[in-house]
Design a protein around this ligand. Structure first.
Ligand SMILES: NC(=O)c1ccc[n+]([C@@H]2O[C@H](COP(=O)([O-])OP(=O)(O)OC[C@H]3O[C@@H](n4cnc5c(N)ncnc54)[C@H](O)[C@@H]3O)[C@@H](O)[C@H]2O)c1
Ligand SMILES: O=P(O)(O)OC[C@@H](O)[C@@H](O)[C@H](O)[C@H](O)CO
Length: 483
């Protein structure tokens, strides 16, 4: 039996009020879970239309299952083992704007649409100058969003009451402001009217937001066991941890429209989310991103195995406590408590968080999640944080795309992958030394947005570690950077 509205006896159809860019695991395990709960417990009465941000994705599967899927929340809750599952029923339909552009733009005509939510990874909020208003659709997510906003502006003659509450969940700093700026850049590029620009700013609210829940996604290896337990086939099962935190920077009136607090959700509407963001992105995501190349090349596949391994576990712990925490400004006790909780969450026995899934777009993640710690550490201590720099060396080797003779399924921007491929080919053909290789990689502006090659002492220390890893293997090299 397949999961769909005919087989799910509690199926309910809600009026569409939310447009969601992204159909990935995270949004389904976090935002849609919250909306589903709000519908069931607070009469939020809102359906979500999912828009696939890139040409390939899960739209067909979602529609085949009438937007339904099973969410497992597995972990330790209030000190007790907890494993619960529920069917999420707030998605009404999913649209692929690459094949259904008219349907996509028609979403703007529904007067009840109120929220726009997105999660298009850190690579998603980008400006592509070749995008045009006439494109069906535009390449970038902000390009698509601008076209949708313009459609709404025209359809409702610039009515201020028809603006949206826009809450991006991408893990980039000031995601709401960045999205708004990018939309405005399109308005200027496409030479759209000033009145439209004014409507975007005055009738719509772009909220910065920060999300936190570990969502490993589809339980590929245990799916047969899970479907047996469920008694139906579900190709979109998603697994996450019970912990959740959503911090949204927004005016009070928005909290009233999204009454998450009324049903006990850990969704906070605040004036300034900066302290929450820095703590989470640097400690939790920084630990994830810095551990991935080290641990994966060491021979480990998951987060839990990484923190439980003697060598890698110590590497992760020392990185957090000795190199990340000293760069943060919140009270030490608070930071250490958060870090200890994060390590416990990493050890969640029910969650198999694949390092490879975290490795998606690792370069931009390194720049936003790890590089700030390196810079701040150097500023405060006048020296480089060795373990974080070691992680950069491991990342360069990771992007060679090979572990013990097996290909690594790298998942990043094609130009970035091409950049690494060329430099590694030159090295393999003995045209360049390790120092040259590191220099070429670090100064490559297709790979990095920052002048990472200009950080004092960094290229030479990275080269030392690259050589060490290549010569002695990840195990020995990692031990070398531990206390
Ligand atoms: N999985 C987690 O534990 C977790 C937790 C917190 C935050 N996040 C955030 O969620 C993001 C996605 O994670 P996920 O687990 O849902 O991954 P996923 O692979 O399941 O989904 C990725 C989504 O991003 C879209 N996407 C990918 N590249 C894009 C691009 N270049 N432009 C536009 N859209 C693009 C895809 O279409 C898809 O909808 C992460 O990058 C992170 O910022 C994830
Ligand atoms: O989701 P990504 O791919 O941006 O990053 C991988 C993990 O670091 C991330 O998903 C964390 O698990 C999450 O941010 C916890 O809230």
């Amino acid at each position: 039996m397949n999961l769909n509205k005919n087989t799910y006896k509690n199926y309910k159809s809600y009026p569409e009020k939310v447009i969601q860019f992204g159909e990935g695991n995270f949004l389904r395990a976090f935002v849609d879970w919250q909306i589903d709960k709000l519908n069931k417990e607070a009469d939020f009465n809102s359906g979500v239309v999912v828009v696939q941000p890139i040409d390939k994705g899960l739209v067909e599967l979602l529609n085949e299952q009438d937007g339904l899927y099973t969410l497992y929340l597995n972990g330790i809750k209030d000190g007790e083992a907890s494993r619960e599952h529920s069917v999420i029923n707030c998605i009404t339909r999913a649209i692929n704007p690459y094949t259904q552009n008219d349907e996509y733009l028609a979403l703007a005509h529904n007067p009840e649409m109120r929220f726009i939510i997105s999660n298009t990874t850190e690579a998603g909020i980008s400006f592509e100058e070749n995008d045009k208003l006439e494109d069906k659709p535009q390449n970038s997510f902000p390009g698509k969003l601008t076209a949708l906003l313009y459609e709404r502006f025209k359809y409702f003659n610039g009515d201020d009451d028809k603006g949206f509450i826009i809450i991006p969940c991408e893990l980039i700093d000031k995601n709401g402001e960045k999205l708004k700026e990018t939309v405005i850049k399109y308005v200027e590029l496409w030479e759209l009217e000033e009145k439209f620009k004014k409507w975007i700013v005055e009738a719509n609210t772009f909220c910065n937001s920060l999300v936190d829940r570990i969502v490993p996604g589809y339980p590929r290896e245990r799916i047969n066991e899970i479907q047996e337990e469920l008694g139906y086939q579900d190709k979109l099962v998603v697994e996450g941890e019970p912990f959740h935190l959503w911090v949204i920077e927004a005016p009070e009136r928005i909290a009233e429209e999204f009454p998450a607090a009324s049903i006990g959700l850990n969704t906070l509407f605040v004036k300034d989310m900066a302290p929450y963001r820095t703590r989470k992105v640097r400690i939790l995501n920084g630990a994830h991103t810095s551990m991935v190349p080290v641990s994966y090349l060491y021979g480990i596949d998951t987060v839990r195995e990484s923190v439980e391994d003697q060598v890698i576990g110590n590497y992760v712990k020392q990185t957090i406590f000795d190199e990340i925490i000293p760069t943060l400004d919140l009270p030490l006790e608070e930071l250490e408590k958060f870090a200890a909780d994060v390590l416990d969450r990493f050890k969640n026995p029910y969650i198999k968080h694949e390092l490879m899934s975290i490795s998606l777009n690792s370069i931009s993640k390194f720049e936003t999640r790890v590089l700030p710690s390196i810079l701040e550490y150097q500023k405060r201590k006048n020296e480089l944080p060795r373990r974080l720099v070691f992680s950069l060396a491991a990342l360069i080797i990771f992007y060679k795309g090979e572990r013990n003779g097996d290909e690594i399924a790298l998942n990043d921007d094609a130009n970035i992958l091409e950049g690494f491929k060329n430099v590694w080919a030159s090295y393999e053909q003995q045209k360049i030394t390790i120092e040259d290789l590191v220099e070429e990689v670090l100064k490559n502006k297709t790979i990095w947005k920052n002048d990472i090659d200009k950080i004092e002492g960094l290229p030479s220390l990275v080269a030392v570690y690259v050589e060490d890893i290549l010569k002695n293997g990840m195990n020995e090299a990692t031990k070398g950077v531990l206390k």
